[in-house]
Every structure is written in structure tokens, then in C-alpha cells.
Design a protein around this ligand. Sequence first.
Ligand SMILES: Cc1cc2nc3c(=O)[nH]c(=O)nc-3n(C[C@H](O)[C@H](O)[C@H](O)COP(=O)(O)O)c2cc1C
Length: 153
Amino acid sequence: MKTGIIVYSNTGNTLQAARRLQEAMKGKGQEAELLQVRAGNEKPESDVSRVRLTEKPSPEGFDHLVFASPVWGFSLSGVMKAYLAGLPPLEGKKIGLYVTHHFPLPWMGGNTAVKQMKKLCEEKGGTVIASAVISWNEKRRERDILEMLGKLS
Ligand SMILES: Cc1cc2nc3c(=O)[nH]c(=O)nc-3n(C[C@H](O)[C@H](O)[C@H](O)COP(=O)(O)O)c2cc1C
């Protein structure tokens, strides 16, 4: 099974967790490729209609996908919203999701963002099998990352 870990990260946190996930998967003998979504917008942009995607990794060729994004304004980042909304059908793909956010508790943006990602993936016919919320708050970060690795790798 080949996994595509497709990440949007503005300041590096979500990407750092994705690298850990890729290492964990490889450690288990799984094939995992890390791909980044990029936007031309210089500042974080929550309004999806204003997002200009400059790199849109293709989900083709992967049986399993992981999508990952930061939380912005108690919601999924506008960049990930725009990326997922523009994807081709995801029928037959098994999907894991995670978000990173600043606040210590998942209901402070993380849970909402995961629900939004799940809905966007299911609208494309994908099957979401696992999800995780990582607080980047120092006290919770490592524990949350390990929980994500346990669920998604
Ligand atoms: C514009 C903006 C809005 C944010 N809104 C929230 C929020 O609502 N809740 C939260 O917990 N963190 C929020 N954050 C913090 C980020 O979600 C957090 O730092 C995340 O780990 C950043 O991921 P990245 O480094 O991959 O971009 C926000 C950050 C930015 C830049």
C-alpha cells in the first residue's frame, strides 16, 4: 500500500508532524511520500475564494492518503479548504486526517477543522478511516503527535 501524505503548512508545525508520520510509516515498512500544498498568498487567507494555489499535489497513484493542515480562526485553513474542494473524485481511497492548532483543547478549533476536512473528503467519495488533532502547546504536543502516529500510521 502506498500512502501520500499531503500537507499544507504555513509556519512548519504541520509539516514537522508529517515528517514524523512519514518516518513512522517507513519504520513499519510502508511506502510513504510527503507532498506539500502551497499557496501564492503571502499571509494566511481564510477566504477560500481569495486563495491562489501554486502547488496542488495529485492524489492519483495512492491507495491511502493523509491530509494535514493548520487550524485558522477556529476553522480549517482556507488553503486546505481550497485544495480539497478542487480535488478529483476520491472513490476507493482510504483517508487519514490531522490538524495542528495552538490552543490546548481539541474543541478550540481542531475538532471543527477535522469535521470540515472529513466532509470535503466524503463529498469526493473518499472514506475517512482515522483523524487526529495535535495541539502545538508545549505541554501536549508530544503526546498528541504520538497519538496521531498511533492512529494514522
Ligand atoms: C491566521 C491564523 C489563525 C489561527 N487560528 C487559530 C485558531 O483558531 N485556533 C488555534 O488553536 N490556533 C490557531 N492558529 C495557530 C495555528 O493553527 C498553529 O500555530 C498551527 O500549528 C500552525 O501550523 P503550521 O505551522 O503548519 O502552519 C492560527 C494561526 C494563524 C496564522
